[in-house]
Design a protein around this ligand. Structure first.
Ligand SMILES: [Cu+2]
Length: 152
């Protein structure tokens, strides 16, 4: 079993687990353990991005954990093709937002999008029309719940 103990190491391991089923599962999940504390990087490298290229629609789900971070976007960092529709889905029932930011290190609302996915089943779709990275975060959980879409 995967035991998440480190910070970046745990994140990398979780990513590997997800890799085995990403072809059949367009709905995001990287297979994060609910236990084991770690911290998401605010400067993710290429290897931190889950490859979701070749999909018309891909989903990022919200998950609640028993350890830090308490809430996550899953997968937090995702690479898609230009033209992909990214759909954030609230599956844990907690109040979240999907808020664009110009920087993961200094998270503050930017113009691109800022919406609430307030309860279970709520979703938000964004068409990745441009290229480059679009960083975002959740306002109520700004300290640890964030992610990035890298559009190729
Ligand atoms: Cu949140």
């Amino acid at each position: 079993m995967l035991v998440a103990t480190g910070s970046l190491a745990a994140f990398a391991l979780a990513g590997c687990v997800g890799a085995s089923n990403e072809n059949e599962d367009a709905t995001g999940g990287e297979g994060f353990e609910t236990g084991g504390s770690f911290e998401l990087p605010t400067d993710p490298g290429d290897d931190d991005f889950a490859d979701r290229t070749g999909q018309d629609v891909m989903e990022v789900v919200t998950i609640q954990r028993e350890a830090d971070p308490q809430f996550l976007f899953d997968p937090p960092f995702v690479r898609v093709d230009r033209g992909t529709t990214v759909r954030w889905v609230n599956v844990d029932g907690a109040f979240h937002t999907v808020t664009a930011t110009a920087s993961l290190e200094n998270r503050s609302a930017a113009d691109e999008f800022n919406t609430t996915i307030a309860s279970e089943g709520d979703s938000f779709e964004w068409d990745a029309d441009g290229t480059g990275r679009q960083d975002y975060y959740c306002s109520p959980h700004v300290g640890f719940m964030y992610g990035s879409v890298d559009v190729n």
